[in-house]
Ligand binder design. Structure first.
Ligand code: FE
Length: 173
């Protein structure tokens, strides 16, 4: 009788242990999955609601800057602009590119071989539309500007392919 009792107690203990282990494993898997997939929203120096951006920008600017859209090639007057000046973010006026680094890439979009400063833009891996590209956004407001490619001219070999709608041009006085 005592032996059976002991056996049952041991079996119960083992069962409890199995249940606990499986519960712990489930919790661990959920926690790992959550941590891998959880990306906290990046806070920007300039934060506005989408409603506020919609009031300040035109529909097409919102499409490019806020919804990561792309303007039609050769549609921006800035593509052919050869005047000296600074290209700033159309959403927050942060200086982004200088006319000194602008060149004719033949792509139909305003192209530069480098941004104006290291802190002006941020580059993010973009896996949309079945491609792996590097997205370029304004560091201050997070507005989508375009993409950067490795087929640019010297000295950087980079092509910052920008949407003219995401930029404003300030001519050097
Ligand atoms: Fe900006």
């Amino acid at each position: 009788m005592l032996a059976t009792g002991k056996f049952l107690a041991k079996a119960n203990f083992q069962q409890t242990l199995i249940v606990l282990t499986s519960k712990c494993t489930t919790i661990l898997v959920i926690s790992i999955t959550y941590n891998i997939n959880f990306k906290p929203k990046r806070m920007r120096e300039i934060e506005k609601t989408e409603e506020e951006w919609q009031k300040e920008l035109t529909g097409m600017q919102c499409f490019v800057l806020r919804e990561k859209g792309t303007e039609r090639p050769y549609s921006s007057p800035l593509n052919d602009n050869k005047e000296e000046g600074i290209y700033v973010c159309a959403a927050c006026d942060t200086p982004l590119f200088s006319s000194e680094t602008k060149y004719d890439s033949g792509s139909g979009w305003p192209s530069f071989y480098t941004p104006i400063g290291e802190q002006s833009v941020e580059e993010i891996v973009d896996k949309a539309h079945g491609m792996i590209r590097t997205e370029v956004v304004c560091r201050k407001c997070g507005g989508h500007l375009g993409h950067v490619f490795n087929d640019g001219p010297k000295p950087t070999g980079l092509r910052y392919c920008m949407n003219g709608l995401a930029l404003k041009f300030n001519k050097t006085a």
